[in-house]
Design a protein around this ligand. Structure first.
Ligand code: SF4
Length: 84
């Protein structure tokens, strides 16, 4: 199983949050925060919260994937690798 596939099936390798983190790209952090905040109606998603190394690897996670994602929570509680 590819390590950078998230519990939900998203490809963390192509996620803007991970790309911004790996590149330390504050412009991409800002752009991503504005989009995600609007799409999810969560004003707490700000550029300084856009730091993530990936769903299933060690390291920092975004607030959504770390604390709010019901799929990740379910997968981890059941000891699976992915929802699939
Ligand atoms: S876990 Fe991180 S890298 Fe993966 S989809 Fe969520 S925010 Fe993006």
């Amino acid at each position: 199983m590819k390590q950078l596939i998230a519990c939900c099936g998203l490809d963390c390798e192509s996620c803007d949050a991970r790309i911004a983190t790996v590149r330390d790209d504050n412009e991409l952090r800002e752009k991503t925060a504005q989009l995600w905040s609007k799409l999810n109606n969560i004003p707490e998603i700000t550029a300084d919260t856009i730091n993530c190394m990936g769903c299933c690897v060690d390291g920092v996670k975004t607030m959504y994937c770390s604390d709010m994602c019901a799929i990740r929570k379910c997968v981890n509680e059941k000891g699976f690798n992915t929802c699939g």
